[in-house]
Design a protein around this ligand. Structure first.
Ligand SMILES: [Zn+2]
Length: 256
């Protein structure tokens, strides 16, 4: 699908950059950059148009796929996705000139968009990002590293605590354990960067295994900590089975 491209002269200026791809913004980096912040507003507007048109067509007994106006909207949406993804990734490359780019397996979805819109951007968005990353690899020799994203949105990039409640909203992250507060996608990008250098996190590790590794790593960090937040951990279903072992003094790891 992608044509063979001639490699360009490229002098890397940064070793590794990790990015979290989402909808609002399109890209967050582990350094805290938020790129493509108008992305979501456009999608929302387009979603309204598409949903409205679909309802109209269906009310008249027609099929959206045969309706010219509906098809025109979808075409515009695809064009926008492609252009924005290219533009924002180009900006990122110009900004950092990285040797390596760490990315997650992609998931574009938002509860604030309709089912159909989510499906459209999920399909096209993924494909355009893949194609663009492939081109960046061919043109500049940038290594693309895929890491396992499971729980990366619930894990605190500062202390390692994993909790569903850490994710306050789609944009806000606030750690229930250490109080670390930041943009949710930036937090994820930091986690992805960390995971890229750890052997335990290969991209296809089952979610359950990922959680196990995360919790063991977090508990390991708390070893010997005099003021371990035991109450918080006890109230978190993720930690239950692990705490049973820890609270047994024979294991030699006691938190309190
Ligand atoms: Zn924390």
């Amino acid at each position: 699908m992608v044509k063979e491209l001639k490699k360009r002269n490229y002098v890397p200026a940064t070793d590794t950059i990790a990015i979290d791809l989402g909808l609002n913004p399109l890209i967050a980096t582990n350094n805290g950059d938020l790129l493509g912040r108008q992305f979501f507003d456009f999608l929302k507007k387009m979603d309204e148009k598409i949903t409205k048109r679909m309802a109209q067509v269906q009310r008249n007994g027609g099929l959206p796929s045969r309706d010219n106006r509906y098809r025109e909207y979808v075409r515009r949406l695809r064009e926008f996705l492609k252009n924005e993804i290219n533009r924002v990734l180009n900006r990122l490359i110009n900004l950092y000139k990285p040797m390596k780019l760490v990315v997650e397996r992609l998931d574009f979805r938002s509860p604030e968009l309709s089912k159909r819109m989510n499906r459209l951007i999920q399909n096209f968005g993924k494909r355009y990002v893949k194609e663009k990353l492939e081109r960046l690899h061919q043109l500049y020799g940038i290594e693309i590293v895929e890491v396992n994203p499971a729980y990366s949105s619930q894990e605190c990039s500062s202390c390692g605590y994993v909790d569903r409640e850490n994710r306050k909203s789609t944009q806000e992250f606030e750690c229930k354990c250490c109080g670390n507060k930041m943009n949710a996608q930036v937090n994820s990008a930091k986690n992805l960067l960390e995971r890229s250098s750890l052997r335990e996190f290969h991209p296809h590790l089952p979610k359950k295994q990922v959680l196990k590794v995360l919790i063991q790593r977090h508990l390991e960090r708390l070893k010997g900590c005099k003021s371990a937040p035991l109450d918080i951990l006890k109230g978190n279903p993720y930690y239950r089975e692990f705490l049973e072992n820890i609270l047994n003094p024979r294991q030699g790891l006691t938190l309190s």
